[in-house]
Design a binder for this molecule. Structure first.
Ligand code: HEM
Length: 205
């Protein structure tokens, strides 16, 4: 019996990593646009004009891959059950010293919440980005609201992504293997996603 369980298809992984690369391009070009302190980040792109162009192109990739990632994982991220309520009640065990054991599906309740937040943030950033694409093109009030929301969701998505990246790597060793190679270790699956593990393998232990 193999030590591994398949978790993500090649398509899922390509979508996720294109999204992650687009996110980092948006992050650095966005920071340069956001605050004077980061203005030098435009140097990564060869100057302000190129940086703004990179931001717009990466924005299109980010929106498309966010929608694809959301819809390919929707059945595992948008259905909450009683175990998810228990998980929220215990904050996933992250704030307690004692080990908690609440059975979870493919994604835990926190990941589900993050996936929903990520699609909402990507949609708001995409729509407001469209309005401010040419800041003089649309009505002034709408442009000002869009600039404000774009900045707000930029900050929120950075906070979300920092937490997500930490928990998907050093916070929970073995998790990144799934997104890198498509499969996770059985022990990882039993520990982090026992209901999903039983569902995909038919194992009862
Ligand atoms: C270096 C950057 C990143 C790393 C290392 C990373 C890692 C991962 C890993 C390992 C998973 C699979 C989790 C599992 O199997 O339980 C995952 C899922 C996911 N990632 Fe990322 N990710 C990164 C960037 C991003 C960004 C920038 C976003 C969106 C803004 C994002 C959104 C998602 C979503 C929505 C999922 C699906 C379920 C979830 O965990 O909520 N990721 N990521």
């Amino acid at each position: 019996m193999s030590n591994y369980v398949k978790r993500f298809s090649a398509f899922d992984r390509v979508v996720h990593w294109v999204l992650a690369v687009a996110f980092f391009v948006l992050l650095f070009s966005g920071l340069a646009l956001f605050a004077h302190t980061f203005f030098n980040y435009f140097d990564f792109f060869g100057g302000p004009q190129q940086g703004i162009l990179a931001h717009k192109i990466a924005g299109i990739f980010f929106l498309i891959t966010s929608v694809l990632l959301f819809f390919t994982q929707i059945k595992d991220t948008c259905r909450f059950d009683a175990d998810d309520a228990k998980w929220f009640g215990a904050f996933g065990g992250y704030l307690s010293r004692s080990k908690i054991d609440i059975p979870q599906g493919k994604f835990n309740a926190g990941q589900k919440l993050y996936a929903i937040f990520a699609i909402i943030a990507a949609t708001v950033l995409g729509l407001t980005g469209y309005v401010i694409w040419d800041p003089t093109a649309m009505e002034r009030g709408l442009t000002q609201w869009s600039l404000m929301l774009h900045g707000l969701f930029f900050v929120l998505i950075i906070v979300g992504a920092v937490i997500h990246i930490y928990l998907a790597t050093i916070g929970n060793p073995g998790t990144a293997e799934g997104m890198l190679w498509g499969r996770v270790r059985r022990v990882w699956a039993k520990k982090h996603a026992s209901k999903w593990y039983k569902e995909v393998t038919g194992d009862s232990d």
